[in-house]
Design a protein around this ligand. Structure first.
Ligand SMILES: C[S@@+](CC[C@H](N)C(=O)[O-])C[C@H]1O[C@@H](n2cnc3c(N)ncnc32)[C@H](O)[C@@H]1O
Length: 142
């Protein structure tokens, strides 16, 4: 089984076509994304304003590319990190942090269902998934 077949195997919780679960679904979107859009989205009122207010710490996001939440967290002084398999999505977020003179994040480019646990060994205060988990059917093991 080659890598592509493996990533689509029944051991993975990926849905089939149309569920935006392949990197090819995401790269073109982030390649064309204006970083100012990320800024606009990250400044809209959010429940996270209350959660983040008066605190700082570290946050890790699953599917973190181009994340308005991490942009918001970074502005609030949080240390941001995450994983995403779309390189352009990470470039977009890194560009945002640089443009706004925010601390660099720690981002891993990889498929969440393929990476080894050791690659995510850091300890964090806050683990989030925004717009990632809902793309997959998670099957309970009996
Ligand atoms: C709907 S976007 C959400 C992005 C960001 N969290 C936000 O709130 O804007 C889903 C993200 O998950 C990433 N993604 C999807 N499947 C993935 C996988 N198997 N491994 C790593 N990242 C994945 C995509 O590249 C995309 O950046």
């Amino acid at each position: 089984m080659d890598a592509a077949q493996k990533s689509r195997s029944h051991e993975s919780p990926r849905e089939s076509g149309g569920a935006l679960t392949d990197v090819a679904d995401w790269d073109p979107y982030y390649e064309g994304l204006d970083v100012s859009r990320l800024d606009t989205l990250s400044r809209q009122p959010s429940v996270f304003d209350t959660l983040l207010s008066g605190r700082t710490g570290s946050v890790f996001e699953l599917g973190c590319g181009g994340s308005p939440l991490l942009a918001r967290c970074a502005r609030a002084g949080w240390s941001v990190s995450g994983v995403d398999f779309s390189k352009p999505s990470l470039v977009c977020l890194e560009r945002y942090l640089t443009q706004h003179q925010l601390a660099a994040g720690n981002f891993l480019c990889g498929d969440i269902f393929q990476i080894e646990p050791g690659e995510l060994s850091e300890s964090v205060d806050f683990l989030v998934s925004a717009g990632f988990l809902e793309h997959f059917k998670i099957q309970r093991r009996s």
